[in-house]
Design a binder for this molecule. Sequence first.
Ligand code: NAI
Ligand code: COI
Ligand code: MG
Length: 357
Amino acid sequence: MSIEKTVVAINGDGIGREIVEAARRVVDKAVVKDNIVICWAEHKAGGEAIDAYGKPLPQSTIDACKKAEAVLLGAVGGPKWDSVAPAIRPEKAILGLRKELGLFCNLRPVRIFKALQEYSPLKPELVQDVDFVIVRELTGGIYFGERSEASGEGPNEKAWDKETYHRYEIERIIDIAIDTAKKRKGKVTSVDKANVLASSRLWRTVAQEKATANSAVTFDYLYVDNTAMQLVVNPGQFDVIVTTNLFGDILSDEGAVVSGSLGLLPSASIGTGTALYEPIHGSAPDIAGKGIANPLGTILSAAMMCRYSLGASKAADAIEAAVEAALTAGYRTGDIYKDGMKRVNTEGMTEAVLQYI
Ligand SMILES: NC(=O)C1=CN([C@@H]2O[C@H](COP(=O)(O)OP(=O)(O)OC[C@H]3O[C@@H](n4cnc5c(N)ncnc54)[C@H](O)[C@@H]3O)[C@@H](O)[C@H]2O)C=CC1
Ligand SMILES: CC(C)CC(=O)C(=O)O
Ligand SMILES: [Mg+2]
């Protein structure tokens, strides 16, 4: 008899439905290898929840996520909801879910597939060894600080957002970075802006204390502006990058360029509650509804879900190998297409992956 696992699927907006449906098909086929069957529970968040319920994160979605073994999410937001009140913007759904589920850590692996080395805008010799993980703090910092929308008039009109970090928030994310590094090449790069920001100075102090207490791991410390440059001049130097919510958000999109496309990168958000898996990109309104989005970032997020939340390691290995095989065989969505390759849409890439499982 198969073991049943409940996974909440949140399509969200834009390309969300297209990529989540692709990943669900792949997972359903792969988990058979682990004698597992997935019971998918669809719930709404983001713009689609605003349209249905008048708010981006209904309690029913939160409750379902808390009870499930994992959550697979597409992306939320889009121009349709750009003029809604700040308190109910679609992005509040993502932030709210992360907070409600206690997901203080976002793991964003950045690697370069052999078949895609020539797709990176960087020189081949710079990208051949690229394989690092961004460990992004996810429930603190400026995204969760107090803010004030614009008020006042004329040149004195002002708005502000506050960045706060507590010692315990920094300690627990650095601990995860250290554990991650111990399973990899043993190097942590802590990224901050300690030359200017008080919150970054506390970040660096805590990182240095952790470094002293963990001599098995090598630490270095970079300012975020230098890191942004190092990511494109020498990305092979990185093993584990640990940084704040805002800096991690920005640096991971830059990492995606190194790997060839934003559509390729997966993520896992972990912490105290049900883990959530989502690609690092957004809802891509410019290509939504056309069936051309690259589903691989979501499919690879689903592989992480199989490995870390569903106890389906054979499925995880099979999905990752199938993605590699599909790329090696030349299948390419538009974002990674080059002359001579097999151009496919979302459906075609999904079929290509399925055939190798
Ligand atoms: N986790 C989430 O739900 C996130 C939501 N957003 C929201 O998404 C909306 C659009 O934001 P943007 O800044 O345009 O960022 P985006 O990541 O949605 O798109 C940036 C560019 O990358 C392309 N792209 C993204 N994913 C792709 C894929 N799978 N295949 C092929 N091309 C892909 C898009 O077509 C676009 O040209 C906004 O409402 C934003 O707030 C943005 C980032 C994360
Ligand atoms: C709502 C945003 C913080 C989402 C985002 O850009 C991300 O998590 O990468
Ligand atoms: Mg982002």
